[in-house]
Design a protein around this ligand. Structure first.
Ligand SMILES: *[C@@H]1O[C@H](CO)[C@@H](O)[C@H](O)[C@H]1NC(C)=O
Ligand SMILES: *[C@@H]1O[C@H](CO)[C@@H](O)[C@H](O)[C@H]1NC(C)=O
Ligand SMILES: *[C@@H]1O[C@H](CO)[C@@H](O)[C@H](O)[C@H]1NC(C)=O
Ligand SMILES: *[C@@H]1O[C@H](CO)[C@@H](O)[C@H](O)[C@H]1NC(C)=O
Ligand SMILES: *[C@@H]1O[C@H](CO)[C@@H](O)[C@H](O)[C@H]1NC(C)=O
Ligand SMILES: *[C@@H]1O[C@H](CO)[C@@H](O)[C@H](O)[C@H]1NC(C)=O
Length: 251
């Protein structure tokens, strides 16, 4: 009689374990894919270190232009976003001495009216048209690639492209560690073309993978099921087990 009770308890415990097992396995939930309107300010803001560029985009009202063009573009856009460090490394007054019109052109020079992946930039044919233009036509940027490394040159400055903040049609956003000073504004007589002061420490190339093309989905933390379901099963098992013991005791 006692052994019957024991057997029943064992059986109950075993079935409780079986109930628990699938609960544990069901915990891997797929990450939700966030979709929303493209927000260049948001992308830059989220990445940090682009406050000056954001301010200039806003001040020149080019952010509004771009945002509405992004809505209907068939070619897409690539934005080469200089870091705050890049602006700080400019000779004092470089930006402030520009007229409003020149500021607009400087900003537009950092935008191409076409979406390029880094891979395309490796082999793109130069010069690449930007949004900035003068009476002589569109101002160009030259890209040179070697291996996986892309350099961009304005004729006045050359810098490496190390980091894609976003790389998904219709918008690519790349970090540049120097402000791309167009030779049309800064060529020849330019103070900026004088031997550059110590450049800022290069960005570790390892950052690449951290800011890959994803549109800003934070890696979703694996949400663990609250423990109440297994708890309930355990409780149920105990109740049944106790009930069986009592039943067994009656025999
Ligand atoms: C874009 O992002 C910025 C900064 O994160 C935010 O202030 C702004 O409201 C956003 N705009 C839209 C249209 O979502
Ligand atoms: C954008 O510029 C306007 C003035 O043109 C200003 O009122 C606003 O505060 C600026 N916004 C940001 C985020 O800099
Ligand atoms: C973007 O396009 C949609 C429809 O295609 C329109 O409803 C919306 O107003 C547009 N937004 C801007 C900022 O132009
Ligand atoms: C890029 O520029 C660096 C120096 O600024 C140079 O060492 C490197 O060879 C260049 N790479 C290409 C592909 O032009
Ligand atoms: C791009 O390269 C061409 C050919 O080497 C050169 O004539 C032109 O000045 C360069 N433009 C820039 C912006 O570097
Ligand atoms: C970036 O993402 C693309 C696909 O969107 C992938 O092919 C590529 O290998 C990724 N690169 C890095 C450095 O993670």
């Amino acid at each position: 009689m006692a052994s019957t009770s024991l057997l029943l308890i064992l059986l109950t415990l075993t079935s409780t374990l079986f109930v628990l097992t699938p609960q544990t396995q069901a915990q891997t939930a797929p990450a939700p894919a966030p979709a929303g309107p493209l927000n260049l300010t948001g992308i830059l803001d989220k990445a940090g270190q682009y406050t000056t560029f954001i301010r200039l985009l806003n001040e020149t009202q080019q952010i509004t232009q771009l945002q509405s063009q992004l809505n209907s573009t068939t070619e897409g856009f690539s934005v080469f976003a200089p870091t705050d460090n890049a602006f700080q490394n400019l000779k004092a007054g470089t930006i402030n001495d520009l007229t409003d019109d020149q500021k607009v052109k400087l900003i537009l020079y950092h935008v191409t009216p076409k979406y390029y992946t880094l891979t395309q930039l490796l082999t793109v044919s130069n010069p690449v048209r930007t949004q900035a233009s003068g009476s002589e036509g569109s101002w160009g940027l030259n890209f040179t690639g070697q291996g996986n490394q892309v350099n961009v040159s304005s004729g006045v400055v050359t810098t490496q492209i190390n980091n894609a903040l976003r790389q998904q049609f219709p918008l690519a956003v790349y970090q540049v560690d120097k402000v791309l000073l167009p030779s049309e504004l800064f060529g020849a007589k330019s103070p900026a073309s004088a031997p550059a002061p110590k450049t800022s420490a290069p960005t570790p190339s390892g950052e690449n993978s951290d800011h890959n093309s994803t549109s800003g989905a934070p890696s979703s933390p694996s949400t663990n099921q609250p423990g109440d379901a297994p708890g309930r099963n355990m409780g149920l098992g105990l109740v049944v087990g106790l009930g069986l013991i009592c039943t067994g005791a009656l025999f």
